[in-house]
Write a protein that binds this ligand. Structure first.
Ligand SMILES: Cc1ncc(COP(=O)(O)O)c(C=O)c1O
Length: 405
């Protein structure tokens, strides 16, 4: 892969950040955007703008076609069976809330169990907590092992007759653990339990195949996939979208509205109420083209090499403690340094132009389990190089020097 040329496609790297070249190691939080995506938003607003799915004038029809083209591109990218299984949302958070809310409304009652894992991001815990408060649903957590991993056995152990849905991450945004989702889904389905996957961290780094995974729901965050903010995707099997009640009510999601009653629109309109993030959806087509141009196999190879290299140099660095050693790992290097708070690490690294994240990464349950209040996290994207990781290591050493004074 020609990283230098790929990097040139991202205008952010043309700028200095506090007089430094930018070493961006925060893609698990949000990725940078290639120029094709930025330009597409500009072009759409300057030459092609209209709302979609409403008016019949030329611009409206053209914009609607573009919007639907992205849906088809997403369907192909994730190998969903049907285009109408793709619902646009404002983010993965909204996608998960949509499922928790509608599935919860129809299928969950007091004493039922929702099975999560200790690895979950708050976006895949808080929506279920609402159901605990409103309906008396119990939340059960499958436990991580000391490697920060979740085995199929740890899931199996927690399944009971009361388990009504399993909702879990594909790739942990803290330990980098890649969960055996296909096997977990198979196990769940053998007990008639549907499965929701939080695919936020896997979607930018792994080959996605909904028909092969066979999960019921899969949530994706477009801003982590070199796409615009304000956009997410819910993949859901058609049977669920047909079965579940609408999430939000408003224009665009109805069929007929009478004083006495309302009937809802066809799929996926039933779940896309109000004016959608039109420009973002249309620009996301460019993100998919960008990813397709690189090719998922090349991307995986590049990021695996980087991850191995990053682990190697950080393990050699005596004061760095890497978090998690899962069987299969992706794109994330979380760590602590004894005696230095992660926020201090991130602040000092920032002075060297190295952008990482510090905090609990919206995973407080996992940090509690690890006995940590926070950690530092370097995460990888397509534009990163071994040189970036060397700079990370050098900046960590600089940080240690400052704190030993
Ligand atoms: C694992 C995981 N789940 C969910 C989310 C939330 O995604 P979004 O920002 O699209 O709502 C994130 C984002 O940080 C994440 O890393």
């Amino acid at each position: 892969m020609d990283i230098e040329n790929i990097k040139k496609e991202f205008p952010i790297f043309n700028n200095k950040v506090q007089n430094n070249d930018l070493v961006y190691l925060d893609s698990a939080n949000s990725s940078q955007k290639p120029l094709v995506v930025i330009d597409r938003i500009y072009d759409f607003y300057t030459k092609e703008f209209s709302n979609v799915g409403r008016s019949v004038h030329y611009l409206a029809v053209a914009a609607t076609n573009l919007y639907e083209n992205t849906r088809t591109s997403v369907q192909k990218y994730i190998n969903a069976k049907e285009k109408n299984e793709i619902v646009f949302t404002k983010g993965a958070t909204e996608a998960i809330n949509l499922v928790a809310n509608t599935f919860g409304q129809k299928y969950l009652s007091k004493g039922d169990e929702v099975l999560l894992t200790e690895l979950e991001h708050h976006s895949n815990y808080v929506p279920w907590h609402y159901l605990r408060k409103s309906k008396g649903v119990n939340i059960i957590f499958a436990e991580t092992n000391e490697d920060g991993d979740i085995s199929i056995e740890s899931i199996e152990k927690k399944i009971t007759e009361k388990t009504k849905i399993i909702a879990l991450t594909h790739l942990s945004n803290v330990t980098g653990a890649i969960l055996p989702i296909k096997e977990i889904t198979k196990l769940a389905h053998s007990k008639n339990i549907p499965v929701l996957i939080d695919g936020c961290q896997s979607a930018p780094h792994m080959k996605l195949d909904m028909q092969d995974l066979d999960c019921d729901f899969y949530a994706i965050s477009c801003h982590k996939m070199y796409g615009p903010t304000g956009l997410g995707i819910l993949y859901a099997k058609k049977k669920w979208l047909e079965d579940l009640p609408p999430y939000q009510g408003g224009g665009g999601m109805i069929n007929e509205v009478k004083k006495e009653d309302i009937s809802y629109g066809n799929l996926p309109n039933k779940f896309e109420a109000g004016t959608m993030a039109t420009a973002q959806v249309i620009a996301f087509d460019e993100s998919i083209k960008f990813l397709n141009k690189i090719g998922i196999e090349s991307l995986i190879k590049h990021e695996n090499e980087l991850l191995q290299y990053g682990e190697e140099i950080l393990r050699k660095n005596n004061s760095v403690k890497l978090i998690g050693n899962p069987k299969n790992k992706g794109a994330v290097l979380s760590f602590t340094i004894d005696g230095i708070h992660p926020h201090d690490i991130a602040t000092i690294l920032d002075e060297d132009g190295v952008a990482i994240r510090a905090g609990h990464h919206c995973c407080q349950i996992l940090h509690d389990k690890l006995g940590l209040s926070a950690s530092a996290r370097a995460s990888l994207g397509v534009y990163n190089t071994k040189d970036d990781l060397d700079k990370l290591n050098a900046s960590i050493n600089n940080c240690k020097k400052i704190f030993s004074r």
